[in-house]
Ligand binder design. Structure first.
Ligand SMILES: Nc1ncnc2c1ncn2[C@@H]1O[C@H](COP(=O)(O)OP(=O)(O)OP(=O)(O)O)[C@@H](O)[C@H]1O
Ligand SMILES: [Mg+2]
Length: 507
């Protein structure tokens, strides 16, 4: 049975993001929604959820259909609600009155620690905020779940439990999920929709198999296009020859034939289309200012606690040497972001010494916080760059365009950027800060696959010293030279992450 039908759906902000999308979501289908950063995945989900009007076409929902929608970002309205309140808010007032136990059951299933249930969402880690958004969508037992990048911010164990939870949902539940996490898409989907500006393509296959099928179609289309163009050139060549002969011999028949050949060439050229060319969502470039110091940062038994003073962990004596790229590992909420925040605070105010943190005077910091809060939503990308860096308006515009932020978006509030575009803006800020030490909190969140690979290669090629938090196994493996693991309130060093990954997945 069909739950949602998209009929000729299109959306444009000036240029079309997608157009003429005809698509159905039926009971039990689990669909992956795939496209590069800024191509309209969140926009399509908003149109389906009914929070945005499409530019053309319709969204038809089965009568009485209930939707659970997990947005890509935490809305400010929820920031001051506690975990439990946020989940209860998703119920109708009558349900919240009589059936708030459903929220409590769900909090148990999600293993939300008691102390977190009464904390406001803004006080929780990114991973727990995401868990709250998922719980809000799930508590209503919806017929369809719309999930916008649900694995962002989740740790490895939580991604695995999200996969298990999705597979354990009633078989009839329909799911439409946008994601850049290939392994996750393969694990949870059975259909894939590739969103494209002119012709979106759908396959009854999970991501990797669908990608291969799409590549085959694109290659066949490109071959046909090249063949058609070759044939059209031949026809025009023949037509030119015949025209000369016709004129010289005064033959009307040959001239008519010439016209026909030209017409066939025109028709071929009009009908055939080049294959879709995937445009890059923008370049990611990072550098490394270099340093003569051998040890850039020393942590001398630093204690890390929550903002309200609950101790989380102690670092012991740790040194970060030039060229080290250290992955900081540990489950959601164990204090990774807090440790990064402490180091950040110490490095931006070198005049006020922080006990337990010592940095070489030549350290130049590049910092990326998990919520990208240093990029205010109401400031435009152009003002963010021009206010911080003395590079002139013209160069700022060129660099923003190179990073994938089109000229017409550069002066609009950066809150309008897609998640991945905002992450790319943050990468440009990092690049322009010319650091020799990178402190990165989940830098691959929101980045599409091409962006993740570019970031990997920039960090490794420039041999940039870095301390980073990530839950992306492929990224961690290819970037890290050392691993710091937070376990039972201690920081443990190791040369491999395998044991950690295994333990996280088997928990
Ligand atoms: N109000 C607006 N005015 C103009 N452009 C907008 C507005 N809102 C969004 N956009 C643009 O629409 C495009 C699509 O955004 P959307 O959030 O749907 O992308 P996405 O595919 O979800 O990307 P990501 O993978 O980065 O999350 C982006 O280029 C974004 O900058
Ligand atoms: Mg999005």
């Amino acid at each position: 049975m069909t739950l949602i039908t998209l009929r000729g759906l299109g959306f444009a902000y000036g240029e079309p993001l997608f157009s003429n999308v005809d698509f159905t979501l039926s009971k039990g289908e689990r669909i992956g929604l795939v496209a590069a950063n800024g191509r309209g995945k969140s926009t399509l989900l908003r149109c389906i959820a009914g929070t945005l009007e499409p530019t053309s076409g319709d969204v038809l929902r089965a009568r009485g259909l209930t939707l659970g929608y997990v947005e890509q970002h935490l809305s400010p309205a929820l920031a001051d609600r506690t975990f439990r309140q946020a989940v209860c808010d998703a119920l109708s007032p009558a349900e919240a009155e009589a059936e708030s136990w459903r929220a409590d059951v769900l909090l148990e299933v999600l293993e939300v620690p008691d102390t977190f249930r009464t904390r406001t969402l803004k006080e929780l880690s990114g991973g727990w905020q995401r868990a709250a958004l998922l719980a809000r969508a799930a508590v209503t037992d919806p017929d369809v779940l719309l999930l916008d990048e649900p694995t962002n911010h989740l740790d490895i164990a939580r991604i695995a439990s999200l996969e298990n939870w999705l597979s354990a949902l009633p078989r009839d539940t329909g799911i439409l999920v946008s994601s850049h996490d290939r392994a996750f898409l393969d694990a949870v989907t059975n259909r894939t929709l590739f969103l494209r500006p002119d012709r979106s393509e759908a396959f009854s296959l999970p991501y990797s198999a669908a990608r291969a099928a799409l590549d085959d179609i694109d290659q066949a289309m490109e071959r046909r296009f090249q063949d058609d163009m070759k044939t059209a050139r031949k026809l025009r060549h023949q037509a030119a020859k015949l025209k000369n002969i016709g004129i010289n011999s005064g033959s009307d028949l040959l001239l008519t034939k010439t016209k026909q050949l030209k017409q066939r060439a025109d028709e071929l050229e009009d009908a055939s289309r080049p294959a879709h060319q995937e445009r890059s969502a923008g370049r990611i470039r990072l550098g490394n200012r270099g340093s003569h110091a051998t040890v850039l940062l020393t942590l001398d038994n630093l204690s890390v606690a929550t903002p309200d003073g609950v101790p989380l962990m102690k670092t012991g004596l740790r040194r970060i040497h030039r060229g080290d790229r250290i992955a900081l590992l540990g489950p959601n909420g164990c204090g990774k972001s807090q440790l990064l925040t402490r180091i950040h605070t110490a490095l931006i105010a070198p005049g006020t010494p922080q006990p337990g943190i010592k940095a070489t005077p030549s350290l130049a910091l590049g910092y990326l916080d998990q919520a990208l809060s240093h990029l205010p939503d109401d400031a435009s990308p152009l003002s963010i760059i021009c206010d911080r860096f003395d590079i002139g308006d013209q160069r700022a515009r060129t660099m923003l365009a190179g990073a994938g932020i089109a000229i017409d978006r550069q002066t609009k509030p950066s809150g309008l950027l897609s998640g991945g575009q905002k992450a790319r803006l943050a990468m440009l800020v990092l690049h322009l800060s010319t650091p020799n030490f990178y402190l990165l909190d989940e830098p691959t969140n929101h980045l599409d696959i091409e962006g993740q690979l570019a970031l990997e290669s920039e960090l490794t090629t420039h041999e940039a010293t870095s301390l980073f938090v990530s839950h992306d196994r492929a990224f961690i493996r290819s970037v890290a030279t050392h691993y710091w693991r937070i376990e039972d309130g201690r920081l443990i060093e190791s040369d491999t992450a395998d044991a950690f990954f295994e333990a996280a997945l088997n928990d």
